[in-house]
Design a protein around this ligand. Structure first.
Ligand SMILES: NC(=O)C1=CN([C@@H]2O[C@H](COP(=O)(O)OP(=O)(O)OC[C@H]3O[C@@H](n4cnc5c(N)ncnc54)[C@H](O)[C@@H]3O)[C@@H](O)[C@H]2O)C=CC1
Ligand SMILES: O=C(O)C(=O)COP(=O)(O)O
Length: 531
C-alpha cells in the first residue's frame, strides 16, 4: 500500500501509517508533479492547501481513499471521488476546539487592535489614543452556523456576558434553547441587530457570499465580523468596500478564497484586504495548534488505514449510512455480500428487480447497509469499476435495477433469515441465507432448493436428473483430479425430479474438470462458485 502526503501532518500520524504502508511525504510537490505521480498511490492525505479536483482524482487510478486531515472538504471534489468509489474521510472532531479558540482570539485581537498596536510599538511608537478598543461585554454577537465549532464559540462568548443570537435553519429550537442562544430566522435580522458576527458555516453554494454588499448595507456601523470558516462566505469584495468606506468597524479573517500552498512550492500571498487597517488576519491558522494537529494526525491515520483495510469508517461520502451499526451487523454484511456474488455466477441474464426480505430478529435492525452489501457483492464481479458502499446506489440506479426491501418479524425454523428474489426478464430466482450462532453464514435456499451450506471460496454446484450413480461419478472426477471434497450437500426437487449438489472443495476447479462433470450423463448444469 502506498500513501502520498503532500502537506504537513503530524509525526504521530505518519508513524502509524508507516507501520502498515509506504508513506511518501512530499511537501515540495507542484500541481504538475502531483498530477504525474498520483497514479502510483492507494491513498492521498491532504489538508486545506491541495486541490483534489476531478482532474487529479481521474489521474489517481489506484486511489481508494482520500483523507482530509482536518474538517472542511471543500478542497476535495467529493462527487468525483464518489463516482469512482473512492472513500473520502476527514477528522471533524479533532480540531474544532482550536478553531473555536482561534475565532475568539481573532475577535479579541480585533476589538483591542492588538496586531496594529504591536506593530506600532515594534516601530518604537507609543500610541495609546490611536488604539482605543471596544468591549464584548453586554453586546450582541451573532453566531452563523451552530455546529461543532459555532456551538463551542457560542458557549465561550456567553462567558463574556454577551447576548448571543444565532442563525442556523438546520438545527432545532431545542438545541438553541439548551445553548441559551436566541434563534434568529433571517440574515437580515442578524445584520440589523449584531454588534459582532462570527461565521462558522461550511462552504456550500448556499453559504458562499451569504454576507455581501446588501447585508453590509443594513449592518450597524459598529459591526465587527470574524470569519474563521472559509474564504468567500463573507464576500471579499463587499467586505473590502465596507471596510474601506468605514461602513462597518472591522473584520478579522483567517481564511481567504484563494490560499497558496506553504513551503518550497509556495507562492507568497497578496490580497486587497491586506492594504486596510481596520482588519486583522492570520494565514489559515484555525487548526494550527499542537493539540489539534496531534489529534488530527492520529485520527486521519486510523481513518485512512481502516478504509484501506476495508474496515468500517465514518466517511464523508457514505451518505448517512449508519456505519456504527455496521460493526454489530458485520456477520450479516458478510453473508449478504456472499449471497450477492451467487447470482451472476449461476445466471447470465441481467437482474432487473431485486427484492430483499428480512425476517426474524434481523428485521428489527436498520437493514439498508445489509442491502448495500448484497448489491456490492452482486455487481462487483461483473464490472471493471470499483464498487463499494460509496457508489453502489448510483451504479444500481444507472443500470436501472429496481431494489425493494421488506421486513417481517416472523420466520419458521430460523431465528433470522435474508431471502432474496432476483427477477430477470425470463424468471425469478430465490436465494436465502441465515446466520447460525453468532457469525456463521449459511445458505439455506439455493434457487428454490432447500440446502444448508457455508459459502466458501471454492465450490461446485451441480444440477442433475435425480437418479442413482451421478453423484458418485462427479465425486470420482474430482478425486481423479486431486480435488479434495471438504463438504457436500444434496437436495432434491421431487416435483421436477432434479437434484442439486453443492460441494465445498479445497482448490480451484479447472475448465477441463468442469467440462468433464458436465459430460456426465444426467448432469444438467455445473458451475464453479467463488463465494
Ligand atoms: N480556520 C480553520 O482552520 C478551520 C475552519 N473550519 C471551518 O469551520 C466551519 C465550521 O466547521 P464545523 O463547525 O466543524 O461544521 P459543522 O458542520 O459542525 O457546522 C456547520 C453548521 O452550519 C449550519 N449550516 C449549513 N448550511 C447553512 C446555511 N446555509 N445557513 C445557516 N446555517 C447553515 C449547519 O446546520 C451546521 O450546524 C467549516 O467551514 C470548516 O471548514 C474548521 C476547522 C478549522
Ligand atoms: O480543518 C479545517 O477545515 C481547516 O480549515 C484546517 O485546515 P488545515 O488543515 O489547517 O489546512
Amino acid at each position: 500500500m502506498r500513501i502520498l502526503v503532500p502537506e504537513k501532518i503530524e509525526e504521530n500520524g505518519l508513524e502509524i501509517l508507516k507501520q502498515k504502508a509506504d508513506v511518501d511525504v512530499r511537501l515540495d510537490l507542484t500541481r504538475e508533479q502531483l498530477l504525474e505521480c498520483i497514479d502510483q498511490y492507494d491513498a492521498l492525505i491532504v489538508r486545506s492547501a491541495t486541490k483534489v479536483d476531478a482532474e487529479l482524482i481521474s489521474r489517481g487510478i489506484n486511489l481508494k481513499v482520500i483523507g482530509r486531515a482536518g474538517t472542511g472538504v471543500d478542497n476535495i471534489d467529493v462527487d468525483a471521488a464518489t463516482e469512482r468509489g473512492i472513500i473520502v474521510v476527514n477528522t471533524p472532531d479533532s480540531n474544532n476546539m482550536s478553531a473555536a479558540e482561534h475565532s475568539i482570539a481573532l475577535l479579541l485581537a480585533l476589538c483591542r487592535n492588538i496586531p496594529q498596536a504591536y506593530m506600532s510599538l515594534k516601530a518604537g511608537k507609543w500610541e495609546r489614543s490611536k488604539f482605543k478598543g471596544v468591549e464584548l461585554y453586554d453586546k450582541t454577537v451573532a453566531v452563523l452556523g451552530l455546529g461543532r465549532i459555532g456551538s463551542l464559540v457560542a458557549s465561550r462568548l456567553k462567558a463574556f456576558g454577551m447576548n448571543v443570537i444565532g442563525y442556523d435553519p438546520y438545527i432545532p429550537q431545542e438545541r438553541f434553547d439548551s445553548m441559551g442562544v436566541e434563534k434568529v430566522d433571517s440574515i437580515n435580522e442578524i445584520m440589523q441587530r449584531a454588534d459582532f458576527i462570527t461565521v462558522h458555516l461550511p462552504k456550500t453554494n448556499e453559504t458562499m457570499g451569504i454576507i455581501s454588499k446588501k447585508e453590509f448595507d443594513m449592518a450597524k456601523k459598529e459591526l465587527r465580523i470574524v470569519n474563521c470558516a472559509r474564504g468567500g462566505i463573507v464576500d471579499e469584495n463587499a467586505l473590502y468596500e465596507a471596510l474601506k468606506a468605514k461602513r462597518i468597524a472591522g473584520a478579522a479573517i483567517d481564511v481567504f478564497t484563494n490560499e497558496p500552498k506553504e513551503g518550497a512550492a509556495g507562492e507568497g500571498f497578496s490580497h486587497p484586504l491586506l492594504e486596510l487597517d481596520n482588519i486583522v488576519f492570520t494565514p489559515h491558522l484555525g487548526a494550527s495548534t499542537v493539540e489539534a494537529q496531534r489529534n488530527v494526525g492520529l485520527a486521519i491515520a486510523q481513518q485512512v488505514l481502516n478504509a484501506l483495510e476495508g474496515n468500517v469508517v465514518e466517511a464523508v461520502n457514505l451518505h448517512g449510512l449508519n456505519m456504527k451499526a455496521a460493526t454489530r451487523l458485520a456477520p450479516y454484511l458478510n453473508l449478504a455480500e456472499k449471497m450477492g456474488r451467487i447470482y451472476y455466477q449461476v445466471e447470465s441474464l441481467p437482474a432487473e428487480q431485486i427484492e430483499l426480505v428480512y425476517s426474524g430478529d434481523i428485521s428489527k435492525e436498520d437493514t439498508r447497509i445489509i442491502t448495500l452489501s448484497y448489491l456490492t457483492g452482486l455487481l462487483q464481479p461483473v464490472t471493471d469499476e470499483r464498487v463499494n458502499f460509496v457508489n453502489i446506489e448510483k451504479i444500481i440506479h444507472e443500470r436501472g435495477i429496481q431494489v425493494i426491501e421488506s421486513k417481517n418479524s416472523h420466520v419458521d425454523y430460523f431465528v433470522n433469515l435474508i431471502t432474496v428474489n432476483v427477477k430477470n426478464k425470463e424468471r425469478m430466482m430465490t436465494f436465502a441465507g441465515t446466520i447460525f450462532g453468532k457469525e456463521e453464514p449459511r445458505i439455506v435456499n439455493f434457487d428454490g432448493f432447500e440446502v444448508d451450506f457455508m459459502p466458501t471460496e471454492h465450490m461446485l454446484m451441480v444440477q442433475n436428473i435425480d437418479r442413482p450413480g451421478i453423484i458418485g461419478q462427479v465425486c470420482t472426477i474430482l478425486g481423479d483430479n486431486s480435488i479434495n471434497i471438504a463438504n457436500m450437500k444434496a437436495s432434491r426437487n421431487t416435483k421436477h425430479g432434479i437434484n442439486l449438489m453443492v460441494l465445498d472443495v479445497d482448490s480451484d476447479i479447472s475448465d477441463e474438470v468442469l467440462a468433464a462433470v458436465k459430460r456426465v450423463d444426467g448432469v444438467l448444469k455445473a458451475k464453479e462458485l467463488n463465494l
